[in-house]
Design a protein around this ligand. Structure first.
Ligand code: SF4
Ligand code: SF4
Length: 188
């Protein structure tokens, strides 16, 4: 006779296997992206780039000017106006690292806002919080997807982002910033 506990264990094992398959598939999808990038051919469609760049400001947190632009091109918590104390953030669950960390809702501010914490903060995963312990900087010039463009665009942007397929400036940044020392969130 099959006991209920055996059925429950069998179901749990099946679910765990399914989860592992889903995770593997997802990881292959994500990791596979790095093989499929926009090659800089030296021939550009600036109208398309401009259209995409304006959209990236909205949904990829691309910054090359305005309140989310860091003139130093590092985009670290230490220059974000939402940092608090020595290792906390008013909107993202801590502790965070001021010297190594950053996230996609970064706002430049030499002076911290020092406003009350959000009642429910974003998780580090939700905010795409991550750390760069070796480089201690994000920004396009510290991202594996950037390189000097074969030709600058008509506005003088000297670099090419092979992830999005647009000209960029070295001190810009977006949420997809990545490199070997990128740790990802410390908690999910
Ligand atoms: S975790 Fe994000 S919002 Fe908080 S201080 Fe760092 S960059 Fe700013
Ligand atoms: S080079 Fe990196 S950080 Fe800059 S726009 Fe491209 S993906 Fe984003």
């Amino acid at each position: 006779m099959i006991r209920k506990i055996d059925v429950a264990i069998a179901n749990l094992k099946a679910k765990r296997q399914a989860d592992q398959v889903n995770l593997k598939t997802r990881l292959e999808q994500v990791l596979g992206h790095s093989d499929k990038l926009y090659v800089d051919k030296g021939e550009y469609d600036e109208e398309h780039e401009s259209h995409l760049r304006n959209e990236l400001v909205i949904w990829a947190n691309y910054a090359e000017s305005g309140p989310t632009f860091d003139p130093d091109g590092k985009y670290l918590c230490e220059s974000c106006d939402m940092r608090k104390g020595t290792d906390q953030c008013m909107r993202v669950h801590g502790p965070i690292s001021f010297s190594d960390g950053g996230c996609r809702i970064y706002v430049y501010g030499k002076e911290a806002e020092n406003e009350a914490d959000m009642p429910t903060k974003l998780t580090q995963l939700e905010a795409t919080y991550s750390e760069r312990p070796k480089e201690k900087a994000f920004g396009c010039k510290n991202c594996e997807y950037s390189a000097e463009a074969k030709k600058p665009d008509s506005a003088g942007r000297p670099s090419w982002c092979k992830f999005w397929g647009i000209h960029i400036i070295p001190t810009a940044c977006c949420f997809r910033n990545d490199s070997e020392d990128d740790t990802g969130p410390k908690e999910w």
